[in-house]
Design a protein around this ligand. Structure first.
Ligand code: NI
Length: 169
């Protein structure tokens, strides 16, 4: 089932999600993940977090190759283990549709999380994958990519958002 994606300004996007016990969520995970994948692909995104479907849960999904070979990553209770290098690239978010801005991120990030079976995995991401790791962990901490902007950037974004919000459902 395709779920509605929450938008900038909705309180759930500001709510940090604490780590969860896998056993407490394992029964609902398959259906929830199925819905999240369907929702993310329908919106042509490369990542989606639980807050974006209205849930405060420490769960994200990522597939940075939506056009090519899919590589589905499930991130339950993700933790960033190390980060290095800096890169500034354009970034967007399904919860702020239509807004893309240059955003500073670490270029190489190692992450640890549980998969859909509760098994731990670790991976070092670079490029878009490193960006997605940081973007989705931010969602789980109640942050959007524009929250790290300077005051000047935020004023500019606020003006753009005022117009964009008229087009959001
Ligand atoms: Ni996002």
């Amino acid at each position: 089932m395709i779920l509605r994606i929450t938008k900038h300004g909705e309180p759930v996007l500001k709510k940090p999600a604490p780590p969860v016990d896998f056993d407490a969520v394992k029964n609902e995970l398959p259906r929830l993940l199925g819905d999240m994948w369907a929702t993310m692909y329908a919106a042509r995104g490369v990542g989606l977090s639980a807050q974006q479907v209205g849930l405060v849960l420490r769960l994200s999904i990522i597939d940075v190759k939506p056009e090519g070979k899919p590589e589905r990553l499930v991130l339950l209770n993700p933790e960033i283990l190390s980060r290095e290098g800096l890169v500034i690239e354009e970034e967007g978010c399904l919860s702020i549709p239509g807004l893309y801005r240059k955003t500073r991120r670490y270029s190489r990030v190692r992450i640890r999380a549980l998969d859909e079976n509760g098994q731990p995995w670790e991976r070092t991401g670079t490029g878009l994958l490193a960006r997605a790791f940081q973007h989705e962990v931010d969602h789980l901490d109640g942050k959007l990519f524009i929250d790290q902007f300077t005051l000047d950037q935020r004023l500019e974004v606020a003006a753009a958002l005022k117009e964009l919000k008229k087009t959001w459902l």
